[in-house]
Design a protein around this ligand. Structure first.
Ligand code: HEM
Length: 304
């Protein structure tokens, strides 16, 4: 960082200026599994609001996943007790989230423990079980989908889940399936995924392959009308069930957060320049790509 730079967004997976469709997995120190920040209260309240409005849209599961869901909840409670003891209280089967003041009776979630897990932390949770065509999504607490619909993916194997992701079948499908087969419970991993959206909402079910923007985006207004959406994802095998737990932690920052980071603006511009057209279409970039490139060029130039 130079004197003209500020901290900027917390994660910047585009920082090397490249675009490559890779698994991008790195080792995860188990103590860093759950990621807590100052948006916790607002995000937990948003989860409660979404669950109350239409629970099935944000939590769903298949029969037979109940035991594995309970395994996830126990794992999470143990982790919070050890690494974030100030977040929740647990007494007589009642869990209290200190920041929101909400209490939950564990018995009420006996068969849907993943729903309760999702209400305790900012992460979303997806549970994957081996099937005939690879790992299948068997349960999810998914309050913050990045433009996909849970009902369309539940019960589907990885290859089908990623059907419309440009390049996935050719480049990632087999390596990911193989990786899943060999993932060990003592070696969790993480990866980062990035998108640019013209909507900061955490819950978004539509909007892939967009050809038009909601509002006209120009180089002048791009900093306030576009958002960087980063997903920090983790994967680990559950010891007892043998299933795989996938977590998604979503960070949304205004594009203007790059204004103190000309290095990152230049890197993002370069990554966008390298991105294949199919991926650009999948990510709904065409409606504002030119305006964004122009904006990033200006921000990057402030380095001098
Ligand atoms: C090593 C593991 C994984 C890799 C490398 C991977 C890779 C990807 C990539 C590259 C995208 C496109 C995202 C974008 O750039 O906007 C994507 C989207 C997605 N991924 Fe994964 N993924 C992995 C694991 C999972 C798991 C376990 C799930 C389980 C639910 C999942 C569900 C999805 C969904 C639902 C989408 C959006 C698909 C759509 O738009 O239809 N991914 N993934």
């Amino acid at each position: 960082m130079t004197a003209t730079e500020t901290a900027g967004p917390r994660y910047a997976p585009y920082a090397n200026g490249k675009f490559a469709l890779t698994m991008g997995l790195v080792a995860l120190d188990p103590k860093d599994w759950i990621d807590v920040d100052g948006n916790r209260t607002l995000e937990l309240q948003e989860k409660e609001r979404l669950l109350a409005a239409d629970r099935k849209a944000v939590f769903d599961d298949l029969h037979g996943s109940e035991e594995a869901q309970r395994e996830v909840l126990v794992l999470l409670l143990e982790h919070l007790e050890e690494h974030h003891p100030d977040l929740i209280g647990f007494e007589d089967g009642i869990i209290t989230v200190y920041e929101t003041g909400k209490s939950y009776r564990m018995a009420d979630f006996a068969d849907h423990a993943l729903d309760l897990a999702g209400r305790l932390v900012q992460e979303d949770f997806c549970l994957m079980r081996p099937g005939e065509e690879g790992y299948v999504l068997i349960a999810a607490s998914l309050c913050f989908p990045a433009r996909w619909v849970l009902a369309e993916k539940l019960g589907q194997p990885m290859m089908r889940i990623h059907e419309r992701v440009s390049g996935y079948a050719e480049k990632l499908g087999r390596p990911v399936d193989r990786f899943f087969e060999h993932l060990r419970s003592d070696k969790p991993v993480q990866r980062l995924n990035w998108s640019i959206m013209d909507d900061p909402a955490l819950f978004q079910t539509g909007g892939k392959f967009r050809t038009e923007a909601e509002d006209a985006i120009t180089p002048e207004n791009a900093g306030g009308k576009l958002w960087l959406r980063i997903e920090r994802q983790t994967l680990r095998r559950l010891e007892t069930s043998g299933d795989i737990l996938f977590t998604i932690r979503t960070f949304v920052d205004p594009m203007s957060s790059l204004e103190g980071r000309p290095d990152l603006a230049a890197a993002l511009r370069s990554s966008l320049g390298e991105m294949p057209e199919g991926m650009q279409r999948y990510k709904s970039l065409p409606p504002f790509r030119d305006a964004l490139l122009c904006y990033l060029e200006r921000v990057a130039a402030k380095a001098a």
